[in-house]
Each structure stands twice: as structure tokens, then as C-alpha cells.
Ligand binder design. Structure first.
Ligand code: 5GP
Length: 141
């Protein structure tokens, strides 16, 4: 099955993204349709369509990076009170992009987010602003 998705283009730098963290194996960037401000995606650079295809060592790394980003979100201007980590594996689970990704979703009381939450459409400048703030908090953590 063709492993191509837009995330491969983001990894390669062929598509724009508001990057927050990057190392040899993993990339994190702002979700283009965030459920709450600061919503991030963490992906393995090597494409895996599903958890079954994902190297467990990379899966562990996704969670480790997600855990660090959760702390950075609390310390950044996002200033959330809580964080949801969410990963949709398969169509029935709501997966739309078939390149494994861990959602890191900032939460505040009454923010209205739920599994039936509605995405928003902030301009790129807003995404970049929060990306800078989160990146700075991450680098100081
Ligand atoms: P899924 O439903 O597969 O768990 O989530 C896919 C996520 O990818 C959605 O939250 C969606 O907003 C995000 N997404 C889809 N295409 C793009 C894109 O081109 N750039 C970014 N930054 N996020 C995307």
C-alpha cells in the first residue's frame, strides 16, 4: 500500500508546517486545525501507516516527546491546566492521515473539547506565534 501522505512532505520540507521539535527520528508541529490553541502532532520521520507498522522503539519515542511537549505547553503562553494525548489508529478510531501521529491537546476547564470537538482555523501567523512560544519553553525545560 502506498505510504505517501502530506506528512511525508512536511518531513521533507516540501510542505509548510509550524515546527516545534525535531530530532533524527521524530518531528512535532502545530496541527493546522487545532481543537484548542497549541494542539500539536508528533510523528515518526519514517512513515508507518499504523501502530502495527510502527517500530516500538519509535512508539516509545513518540510518547517521550509527547510527554516533554505536555510540560512545555503548561510552561508556555498556552498556559493550559491539563493535556490530552490522543492517537487514532485506524479508520474506525477516526484516523484520517495514515502516517502514525500522537495528538498533544492542551486543556483548560470549559474549553469544550471532547471526542466530538470541532476544529478551528487560525491563521498561519497565530500558529507560528504559539510554535515559537512552545519551542522556547521546550528549550528552557
Ligand atoms: P487523525 O484524525 O488522523 O488522528 O488526525 C489528523 C490530523 O492531522 C488532524 O488533526 C488534522 O488537522 C491534521 N492535519 C491534516 N493535514 C495537515 C497538514 O497539512 N498540516 C498540519 N499541520 N496538520 C494537518
Amino acid at each position: 500500500m502506498n505510504p505517501y501522505t502530506i506528512f511525508a512532505d512536511i518531513v521533507a520540507g516540501r510542505a509548510p508546517a509550524s515546527r516545534v521539535y525535531e530530532d533524527d527520528d521524530v518531528l512535532a508541529f502545530m496541527d493546522i486545525r487545532p481543537f484548542t490553541p497549541g494542539h500539536l502532532l508528533v510523528i515518526p520521520k519514517i512513515p508507518a501507516r499504523s501502530l502495527a507498522e510502527l517500530d516500538p522503539a519509535l512508539g516509545a519515542k513518540l510518547f517521550t516527546v509527547g510527554q516533554r511537549l505536555a510540560a512545555a505547553l503548561r510552561d508556555s503562553e498556552v498556559a493550559c491546566d491539563g493535556v490530552n494525548l490522543f492517537l487514532a489508529d485506524g479508520i474506525a478510531a477516526g484516523q484520517e492521515v495514515f502516517h502514525v501521529h500522537l495528538h498533544v491537546i492542551p486543556r483548560t476547564a470549559g474549553d469544550g473539547f471532547g471526542l466530538r470537538g470541532r476544529p478551528t482555523s487560525p491563521p498561519r501567523a497565530d500558529l507560528d506565534y504559539l510554535a515559537n512560544s512552545i519551542r522556547a519553553a521546550l528549550n528552557h525545560g
